[in-house]
Design a protein around this ligand. Structure first.
Ligand code: SAM
Length: 299
């Protein structure tokens, strides 16, 4: 999307969980047309990102009780807050923003103390963030990327061959795992626009034979194969996944998207069904993220 693209953003209050499910399952482009470009949840609010103003009547007819709270007009680069324009270097990974019409950005010269045990920098990953979360610059995503570069390091004792990315957004974690050496990766996101955007990014990087993205609820893919599970998602989804044994039978877990106190509680919950060691963790004033090696299952 070009930086100057004007977005019309509708903020809708969703009255109850049933309406939320209906909205999740609706073919929103079919209902609202091709100018719908993105869809996000924040708590009980749904945000529709559109390339032109449109009528929400078909949506109101399908899902009664939706309340339009506000309509914002915002340029795409304002929405991205400039973050998408910044290349990101983590260990051997170079993650570069891909811009429609702007061609491939050149690799920025960079000074880096170390490649974290890798012999060389890997070919860059181009990520078109579209309107999905996230380009890679969010602190939770950055923490996950640094865990991945540690896990796949050539000196690592057991590199995972397969990975499952629950809440995949733009696909940045899945694509980074594949770039680092995972042979097969499945990404799942309940937003079909995120899944579409992530599949676009897989093709952009010629990784579509290794990495696939599907639209679906993380819970529905809780038992999908993957030696590594990456889950950068809200706490309540982690709990749902824990109850469904999504974290059992794995070698490694990357758990993120958590406030520090939430993360501690989740690890306590995890300890009831698994034994594990924390290989790495990252905490800032807002977020906590963990890289965990599973060492056994409790019966
Ligand atoms: C914090 S973003 C992480 C995106 C990406 N993995 C990253 O690290 O940058 C969380 C993503 O999970 C998705 N998500 C949230 N709850 C979900 C659920 N129950 N099932 C599937 N996807 C979900 C959201 O649509 C969003 O794209």
């Amino acid at each position: 999307m070009r930086p100057e693209t004007l977005l019309t953003i509708y903020e809708l209050k969703v009255p109850d969980p049933r309406s939320r499910d209906l909205l999740d399952q609706a073919d929103l482009k079919g209902l609202l047309g091709e100018s719908l470009a993105g869809f996000h949840w924040e708590a009980d609010f749904a945000f529709l990102f559109c390339l032109a103003p449109l009528s929400l009547d078909p949506l109101h007819a399908r899902i009664p009780g939706l309340e339009l709270q506000t309509t914002h007009l915002l340029r795409y680069d304002e929405w991205q807050d400039g973050a998408a324009a910044t290349p990101l270097y983590i260990g051997p990974l170079a993650i570069l923003p891909w811009r429609e019409g702007a061609g491939e950005p050149a690799l920025a010269p960079r000074e880096r103390a170390s490649l974290g045990g890798y012999p060389q920098q890997l070919p860059p990953l181009y990520i078109d963030p579209g309107l999905a979360f996230g380009y890679g610059g969010h602190p939770t995503t950055k923490a996950c990327l640094s865990f991945l570069s540690r896990l796949f390091c050539p000196q690592s004792p057991a590199i995972p061959l397969t990975a499952l990315d629950l809440g995949s957004g733009t696909g940045v974690l899945s694509l980074a795992a594949a770039r680092l050496g995972a042979l097969k990766v499945l990404g799942v996101d309940h937003s079909h626009l995120a899944a579409e955007n992530a599949n676009f990014n897989a093709r952009l990087n010629n990784l579509d034979s290794q990495v696939a993205f599907v639209r679906g609820s993380a819970a529905d893919y809780a038992r999908a194969p993957g030696e590594l599970v990456m889950a950068n998602i809200p706490l309540f989804v982690h709990w749902e996944l824990l109850a469904l044994k999504a974290y059992s039978g794995r070698k490694y877990l990357i758990l993120s998207g958590l406030l520090p106190r939430e993360a501690e509680k989740l690890l306590e919950g995890l300890a009831e069904s698994l034994s594990f060691s924390v290989l790495d963790s990252h905490r800032d004033e807002r977020w906590s993220s963990y890289l965990v090696a599973v060492t056994g299952e409790r019966l």
